[in-house]
Write a protein that binds this ligand. Structure first.
Ligand code: GLC
Length: 548
């Protein structure tokens, strides 16, 4: 496997990145236009979310043909040119493989619906009467995870939208088909893969009701998951590439196995536990202030647990499913710049491979939509209805979506202060944030104090200092509720990182031996050069990095 420690991945949501042909919908030629910007940031890989042929019920995560490019995004020639142009700039493309399910518009599913038994075996079709679904499992987008097909007198499983039918990985033919798809893209020069909700692919042999939950405990990190991953990797020889699995509700023990090089499964894992510390009782649709002590504990457990087990983390705050981090754990008004930088530094200096989601590097915020008409995401629209059924008022439901909707991160990229933010010449498919006059790439590009410059600095530091990719991590000051504090050690080198999680001054203790350390990085334009050697007093959302 390639040494991934000093690599940085940039995630592109092509639909919202840059629209080159003025239809309000981002496309692959739009990505090509921005390659110099991305190379300038210093990132190594571009992960593009799905642009395959799709009815777009779940924005491309409902794939109808894994080998064709949806014409809305461009052509195969455009993609080939993107791959080439990336290579010239020393960057590689990572594709998003949605292998837990296909769109119901996929040929396989269509044949299954026509009664073809071979293709019914590609999915989970279960006999049963219309009154009773095979199990009581719930879809992650709300409602039952089963859909009845009257013509067949069968139900099919869909853990996500009703148009996303789960594939039967227990069927060898399915696994062979999926390997062929990987080979097809590898041959085109793709350098890595992200596997969508891949820890959900192995379903149990016995189908039973979940009397304690929504069914996830039966299929999460399911019975044959490690076997399937090993087989896929071995037969497609993707262990030489960069691979990352999206692991839903997973455990540390499984992630060690998924990502430990000796297991020959994946290079690294996304887990989401740190992004649930503001879910009340674990419920995404109940708002709560972030529980920072819990966040500290989770980072400590995962960082040190993966280190001890020999696994590797994907480090991230943002993606196309998560609200903007500066709106969530920072302060997008009073301390917008400071908190965006602190949050960036906090994870970039941990152990793992950092992922930057488009717009994060300029501190893009949630758009604060005021009407349900502004939303497009299937999960948000479903949950809006569910929240109203639970007797929430429409204001309350909108407040929840304002904080939790996946559309918060899917708004068009803010390139300039022009009307549609330089994303498009026409009205975008999803409304752009009102603050694009203030928050945009153009405004930050030549400003050495900007959030964008801070991200560039972090990426450059990772390339410059081995300790960031290779160093051991240890957490300290665990009882301090306001400050995340950790150390990195590598050979004779040492870094000490303090992050104030609060919008007030906080204090972090200091050890006498640090009095000779120099300040390597900070997020205040005028940080004190001389540090009080008894105590470091941190300003709101301040990050201070000391180097031995
Ligand atoms: C993943 C994707 C998300 C998608 C879901 C179903 O969580 O990131 O966008 O809706 O899988 O494919």
């Amino acid at each position: 496997m390639t040494d991934l420690g000093n690599k940085v991945v940039y995630q592109i949501y092509p639909k919202s990145f840059r629209d080159s042909n003025g239809d309000g919908f981002g496309d692959i030629p739009g990505v090509i236009e921005k390659l110099d910007y991305l190379a300038g940031l210093g990132v190594d890989y571009l992960w593009l979310t799905p642009f395959f042929l799709s009815p777009q019920k779940d924005n491309g995560y409902d794939v109808a043909d894994y080998r064709r490019i949806d014409p809305k995004f461009g052509t195969m020639e455009d993609l080939e040119s993107l791959i080439l142009q990336c290579e010239k700039r020393g960057m590689g493309i990572m594709l998003d493989m949605v292998f837990n399910h296909t769109s119901t518009a996929h040929e396989w599913f269509q044949k299954a619906l026509e009664g073809n038994e071979k293709y019914q075996e590609y999915y989970y079709f279960k006999d049963g009467s219309q009154e009773y679904a095979p199990t009581n499992w719930q879809s992650k987008f709300g409602g039952s995870a089963w859909e009845y097909v009257p013509g067949l007198n069968k139900w099919y499983l869909h853990l996500f939208d009703v148009t996303q039918a789960d594939l039967n990985w227990g069927n060898r033919q399915v696994r062979e088909e999926l390997k062929e798809i990987i080979r097809f893209w590898k041959d085109k020069g793709i350098k890595g893969f992200r596997f969508d909700v891949v820890n959900l692919i192995s379903k149990p042999e016995i189908w039973e009701d979940d009397l304690e939950g929504d069914g996830r405990r039966f299929y999460t990190d399911g019975p044959h998951i490690h076997e399937y991953l090993k087989e896929l990797v071995k037969d497609t020889e993707i262990d030489a590439l960069i691979t990352v699995g999206e692991m839903s509700s997973t455990s540390l023990e499984h992630c060690v196995r998924y990502s430990s090089p000796k297991e020959k499964e994946l290079s690294m894992c996304f887990n989401f536990h740190h992004l649930k510390v503001d879910y009340k009782d674990g419920n995404k649709w109940e708002l709560m202030e972030p529980d920072f002590p819990a966040l500290k504990t989770l980072f400590r457990q995962w960082q040190t647990g993966m280190q001890e087990g020999g696994g590797w983390n994907a480090l991230f705050w943002c993606n196309h499913d998560q609200p903007r981090i500066v709106s969530r754990f920072g302060d997008e008004e009073k301390y917008w710049k400071e908190s965006a930088k602190m949050l960036a530094g906090m994870i970039h200096l941990m152990q793992g491979t950092p992922y930057i989601y488009q717009g994060e590097e300029i501190g893009m915020t949630n758009p604060h939509y005021t009407s349900i008409q502004q939303y497009r995401d299937v999960e948000s629209l479903n949950y809006y209805k569910i929240l109203l059924e639970q007797n929430k008022t429409s204001e309350e439901a909108l407040e929840i979506l304002g904080a939790r909707s996946r559309d918060n991160s899917r708004t068009p990229m803010q390139w300039t202060d022009e009307i549609y933010g330089g994303f498009s010449k026409s009205e975008p498919w999803l409304p752009i944030s009102d603050n694009c006059g203030k928050i945009n790439v153009k405004a930050q590009q030549d400003d050495s104090t900007s959030i964008l410059s801070f991200y560039k600095k972090l990426i450059a530091l990772r390339k410059e200092k081995e300790i960031i990719s290779k160093g051991r991590i240890t957490f300290f000051a665990q009882d301090n509720e306001d400050v995340m504090a950790y150390k990195r050690n590598w050979e004779e080198q040492e870094l000490i990182i303090f992050c104030n999680l609060r919008g007030e001054n906080s204090s972090a203790g200091i050890q006498p031996e640090w009095n000779t350390y120099r300040k390597l990085l900070g997020n205040y334009d005028s940080s004190p050069e001389i540090i009080d050697l008894h105590d470091i007093s941190l300003r709101p959302y301040e990050i201070i990095v000391l180097e031995k």
